[in-house]
Design a protein around this ligand. Structure first.
Ligand code: 5AD
Ligand code: SF4
Length: 482
């Protein structure tokens, strides 16, 4: 039986795609290995959001090319965003590659591999499934403890932020029917999953193509800044989806989503956070910049004031809610004043996490026409300043948790032989236990705060939950996997 290895670059969406790639291949009789020297097929699942990931692909293909010289039968496949973006060009510039496959063509991989094994010339498949969008279903592995899982609710992006290549590499927005989403979550929960993260490029723009979701309850919230923000209650059915999940999958303990767009942070979504107890008390809401001038150039379709009003309403609606964000520094024309506005916004909100990126010009994006005029060392300086502000806020927040008790979903062992898990907000917690609590929710008391995590002691492991009994396991086996 042939063996395969997947190397993943980039975001959670890509990691999720890598799992689907692996499932498609194991379904076709391949087996997974992490050792490149025993693999017959190596797949590079790529990201092209920022420049470095693309450079990494090129050096990785070079490295694999050396391996291929020793073992000419080795097949090299490139999947993900760089595959979609570069298509044919990749096999011309990197002749070591046998297969280039876009995110919407994953299911075709076994056929392409069979052809390549039979000696076919390099093949490229990068068609978007616009007419009949397909969402590959996760297949929970029997006997494997998986406390947390991702579920895709939409793919593609219609936003067209001027710096971003994603609308080009992932195509227009396509939504998954709500019934499919609910079925997948039910199946995961029966397999022992306690926490689900809903995935999508602009996850909160979700609309149900089957039109079968009951509307979310109306919200009493009103925004002062609303007229300018193109977020319209009728636009998104995301709050309705959250309500349906909470209602129909009672065994689910935690529900998260990533990544939302601020313009779909509607009153109903904010209210959903107060109405649905399993919704995590942490939201990652990319802001990108605090300068209106730049937000306009970035085509983000909100002002700093509008963002601030909504994010503050969200934070105030749920006591203890924490927030994180994405920021780009050094966008073309970013002055010190613009950057100052970003710093001020970040300080004002009190984000406890920030993914900061130096602007990098991407192919097929409108901002490519603008001069990348902020020097690299200045971009690095701005980034460091932002990280500093957020680190201080995070340390203060983590310190404020000392002495409190928290519910921790245990994910696995840490490097020191203890256990590690996450609170409902997402703080990482380390603690010791005599028997393995992996996959369970434990109550812990916080003892110490570090820069990025917490140390705690076990108060009392939560009793075993009903889906761990044999009856529900038998029920799971009876469910067909689509
Ligand atoms: N340059 C730098 N950062 C970018 N991002 C997207 N495109 C670019 C780019 N061209 C960042 C944004 C986005 C995150 C996933 O990547 O902050 O939210
Ligand atoms: Fe890119 Fe903007 Fe879409 Fe996010 S919302 S994926 S930044 S175009």
């Amino acid at each position: 039986m042939p063996a395969f290895s997947v190397i993943t670059f980039g975001c959670q969406m890509n990691s999720h795609d890598s799992e689907r790639l692996s499932e498609v291949l194991t379904g076709a009789g391949y087996w997974a290995t992490e050792k490149l020297e025993e693999a017959d097929v190596v797949l590079l699942n790529t990201c092209s959001v920022r420049e470095k990931a693309e450079q990494k692909l090129r050096s990785e293909v070079g490295r694999l090319g050396l391996l291929k010289r020793e073992r000419p039968g080795l097949l090299i496949g490139v999947a993900g965003c760089v595959a979609q973006q570069e298509g044919e060009r990749l096999i011309k510039t990197l002749p070591q590659i046998d297969i280039v496959i876009g995110p919407d063509n994953i299911a075709e991989l076994p056929t392409l591999l069979a052809r390549a094994e039979a000696g076919s010339p390099p093949q490229v498949r990068t068609e978007f499934d616009l007419d009949a969008p397909e969402f590959l279903q996760a297949r929970p592995e029997a006997g494997k403890v998986m406390p947390s899982a991702f579920v895709t609710v939409m793919k593609g992006c219609d936003e067209r932020c001027s710096y971003c290549v994603v609308p080009y590499t992932r195509g227009p927005e396509r939504y998954r029917p709500s019934r499919e989403i609910l079925d997948e979550i039910e199946r995961l929960v029966l397999a022992g999953v306690k926490e689900v993260t809903l995935l999508g490029q602009t996850v909160n723009s979700y609309r149900d193509p089957s039109g079968s979701l009951p509307a979310a309850p109306p919200s009493a919230l009103e925004f002062r800044q609303a007229p300018h923000l193109r977020a319209n209650e009728a636009e998104s059915e995301f709050p309705a989806l959250l309500h349906a999940i909470a209602r129909q999958v009672p065994g689910l303990l935690r529900l998260r989503y990533t990544s939302p767009h601020p313009r779909h942070l509607t009153a109903r979504l904010i209210s959903a956070h107060t109405e649905i107890p399993i919704l995590a008390k942490h939201v990652h809401m990319p802001v990108q910049s605090g300068s209106d001038r730049l937000l306009k150039k970035m085509i983000r379709r909100y002002s700093a004031e509008e963002y601030l009003e909504r994010i503050t309403a969200l934070r105030d609606s749920v006591p203890g809610m924490t927030l994180s964000t994405d920021v780009i520094v050094g966008f073309p024309g970013e002055t010190l004043e613009d950057f100052q506005a970003t710093l001020e916004l970040v300080e004002k909100v009190g984000f406890v996490g920030l993914f900061g990126f130096k602007y990098s010009p991407r192919p097929h994006t409108p901002s490519l026409k603008l001069e990348d005029d902020v020097p690299e060392p200045e971009k690095a300086r701005r980034l460091a300043e932002l990280f500093d502000v957020v680190e201080r806020a995070r340390i203060a927040h983590l310190t404020s948790l000392i002495g409190t008790t928290q519910q921790v979903l245990v994910e696995g062992l840490n490097q020191r032989g203890g256990y590690t898990g996450r609170t409902e907000r997402n703080e990482i917690v380390h603690f010791w236990a005599t028997t393995s609590p992996v996959g369970e929710v434990c109550e812990v008391r916080i003892l110490r705060a570090f820069k990025n995590s917490l140390a705690a002691e076990l108060v009392e492991p939560t009793r075993h939950l009903p889906w761990q009994d044999q009856k529900t396991k038998a029920q799971l086996r009876a469910l067909p996997v689509m």
